[in-house]
Every structure is written in C-alpha cells, then in structure tokens.
Design a protein around this ligand. Sequence first.
Ligand code: E4P
Length: 217
Amino acid sequence: MKFFVDTADIAAITELNDLGMVDGVTTNPSIIAKSGRDILEVTKEICDLVSGPVSAEVVATDADDMIAEGRKLAKIADNIAVKVPLTWDGLKACNVLSSEGNMVNVTLCFSANQALLAAKAGATFISPFIGRLDDINLDGLELIEDIRTIYDNYGYDTQILAASIRNANHMSECAKIGADVATAPPNVIKAMANHVLTDNGLAAFLKDAAKANIKIV
Ligand code: E4P
C-alpha cells in the first residue's frame, strides 16, 4: 500500500520523506488554509520535495471553472494530481482533465455508486473518506471493501486512495482490504510505530543492559 501524507506542513513531509515513507501528498482547501501560505507557492514547494503525486484541490463548483483551475494547478509541476469534488460537475471536470493527460483525484466520496462514477469518468484516484463516515456512525472501512470489490469485478484501474484516516488501525485495516493508497496526517503515520509491549520490552532490556554495564560504542 502506498502512503500519502495528508498535510501541507513542509517540515513534517520532509521528515517522513527522508525516511522513504512518502509516496505522495494530499492537500485540501482546509489544509492549505491551515498552512497560512499561498496555494500555488506551497504546492510547488511540496512538488519539488516529493516525487510522487501531490493532490491540489480546486475551489470552483461548476465544471468549466474547475477545469480552468485544474489546468492552472496542473502547470505547477508534472506530479500534480488535480483534486475535484464528487459532484456531477466534478465528474465532468474529471473527464476533461484526465483526457488531457492529467492525474485526477476525485474527493469527498461517501458511497460505492460515487466511486463507480469516478472510475467511469477516468479518475486516477478515488478518495473515500473513512473518518467522516465513522463520525456519523457509518462504516468507512466497509465502503473501502465495497469499492475494492466493484473495481476488481470490472478491472477499473482507478486507485482507491483511502482518506480521512484518523488512527493507526485505519491504516492496517485499509492495507488488509487492499486499498491502493492511504493518506494520513503525519502523526497517524508515526503512531503506527507505537506498541505498549515494545515500550515495556525496551525499558526492561535497557534496565538489564545498564545493570550488566553493556556498552557497544
Ligand atoms: C484527503 O484527501 C482529505 O484531505 C483528508 O483525508 C480529509 O480528512 P479529514 O476528514 O480528517 O479532514
């Protein structure tokens, strides 16, 4: 499973990228607003840092304006994936932008039918939002499973980009289901390393090492 990092925080992207953990980056208007930076400038900086796809989201709502914004975003760098919302106009924009050779990430997906339409419209990525479904007592992971089944039934090559990931368990569950990509905030990716038995085991080993005066360098 590819790891995308869901942030515009350059320091956090750099730290994970230096470890080889970053296969791409996703942003959205809320993430860009939080960065306090100009969208074109911060997105360019991310694209220079990371070789994989960097999703940059349009803010228009009608197809023609989304297409114009998408074309401008795509000019930032070769690794831009233009992100459009899963509306009827978003699907029209996806169809045009992808036929022009751009990567397109269709976002705000909350149903299998929406995912089916995105694949038909030529999306490179579909972004089902797990956490926001869980927030309203629906099963976000079940949606990932349904989309996996549908895409495999018909051989769609649209990649399932599991989004709105809120905890480390979501990451392993997505990997078990066969999501192609999971995008998560840096703290969630780092939390995947945590286990209480690792902490306890290490504390015991270090105590014994100190008692026995074990020195290596
Ligand atoms: C993905 O592309 C979105 O930017 C993101 O995962 C949304 O996550 P949230 O529901 O935690 O805001």
